[in-house]
Design a protein around this ligand. Structure first.
Ligand code: C5P
Length: 222
């Protein structure tokens, strides 16, 4: 059933991991499945939002009848370009994508051959821009949410990122725990906001966690 909590609200969600090409057939990627971002996009749609979903490579599909506008990206550069356009008239941005911190300095234009190297191959990486920290935010953009996947010092790291990236909310999850996160259909997270007490969302289906996050966002902006 469709609710009208977010009627007239444009929500941009990024999901999945990015891929940084090494050569035409190889890349550096990460373990993000995209499930949390897809859950957020689909629940936002059900709550009445107009949704743009910018997704890294994933097997996930949206129902044929979905009104979500899906944009597929691979690299961080693709993501940044898609996001710059998508946020133009957006009210809320939820950045659930696992963004590669580094990219390959010089992508080979032919498939690299094992015999071209002597049992050792070095690939030089250069830092990617921090998309959230550098995004030009239009006046319409009222609320920006980041994610923090950490294996240690979860809360301290998330707290630091909220300030560094100028976020209204960060959703922190412990990816060191194999029961939750990444490929799992379930998650357990801590919600941090700049001047409010943290909220623990207990282990639950990602769609339930998504609904809890979106209802908190609604409380914050209304
Ligand atoms: O990778 P990190 O823990 O810093 O990610 C925290 C948040 O920042 C996430 O929402 C992620 O999508 C975003 N991010 C970004 N640009 C990067 C790295 C991460 O916007 N280069």
């Amino acid at each position: 059933k469709r609710e009208n909590l977010f009627k007239g609200t444009h929500i941009v969600v990024t999901a999945g991991g990015t891929r940084e090409a090494i050569d035409p057939v190889r890349y550096i990627g990460n373990e993000s499945s995209g499930k949390m971002g897809f859950a957020l996009a689909q629940v936002a749609e059900r709550l009445g939002a107009q949704v743009t979903l910018i997704s890294g490579p994933t097997n996930l599909v949206l129902p044929a009848k979905s009104s979500i506008q899906r944009i597929n990206i691979k690299s961080v550069a693709d993501l940044q370009a898609a996001l710059d356009t998508a946020v133009q008239d957006a009210d809320i941005l939820i950045m659930a994508a696992a963004v590669s911190d580094y990219r390959v300095a010089k992508i080979a234009d032919h498939k690299m051959k094992k015999d071209d190297f002597n049992g050792e191959l070095e690939i030089k990486l250069i830092e990617n821009p921090d998309i959230l920290a550098t995004l030009k935010r239009p006046d319409s953009l009222r609320y920006v949410v980041g994610f923090a996947a950490e294996t240690n010092d979860l809360i301290e790291n998330a707290q630091r990122k909220i300030l560094k990236k100028n976020l209204n909310m960060i959703v922190a999850n412990d990816v060191g725990n194999p029961q939750i996160g990444f490929e799992s259909n379930q998650n357990a997270v801590t919600i941090l906001r700049p001047h409010q007490a943290n909220i623990e969302l207990k282990k639950n289906d990602k769609s339930i966690i998504a609904e809890q996050i979106l209802k908190l966002i609604d409380q914050e902006i209304n």
